[in-house]
Design a protein around this ligand. Structure first.
Ligand code: ZN
Length: 153
């Protein structure tokens, strides 16, 4: 990682950790799921208000490390108001970048690219993916996303 990339990564992560977006609960969520990352102690719950195929509103709650919280916060910004298909595509690209299957310079990640530096730290990849993991389970209608183990194997 270049020092510039490192600085950006730090700044964005710390800013979202300090002021997470869409943090809390929805009054009437249509879909929800939670996930845990035992290796770090992260716990994240995602609540959705789906309007047909569109993510009308989203909230997340829980506790975790800075990367987990920042990634979940950025996720809510990235998918709010978008179609489920777009959210699923973004999750696939984000995961592929973090696991080294896709080049971050070529993946359509938008602002999420500032988290691409996490791929340098294999033990933190689960932290960055936990919120997304819970989101995918919420969309699929599965309440308990469980651990993140199976998604990375
Ligand atoms: Zn973590």
């Amino acid at each position: 990682m270049s020092s510039a990339e490192s600085d950006l990564y730090q700044e964005v992560v710390l800013e979202h950790k300090r002021a997470p977006r869409n943090f809390g609960h929805l009054p009437h969520p249509t879909h929800q799921a939670q996930g845990t990352n035992p290796s770090c102690g992260d716990r994240v719950a995602v609540e959705l208000l789906l309007d047909g195929q569109r993510v009308q509103d989203i909230r997340f709650s829980g506790q975790g490390c800075a990367i987990c919280m920042a990634s979940s916060s950025m996720m809510t910004e990235a998918v709010k108001g978008r179609d489920i298909a777009a959210a699923q595509a973004l999750q696939r690209h984000f995961r592929a970048v973090l696991t080294g299957e896709e080049d971050p310079d070529e993946a359509p990640l938008g602002k999420l690219v500032s988290l691409a530096g996490v791929r340098q730290y294999p033990s933190r990849i689960k932290c960055a993916l936990l919120g997304w993991h819970a989101l995918m389970h919420a969309i699929a209608g599965q309440q308990d996303a469980g651990g993140t183990e199976e998604s990375l194997s």
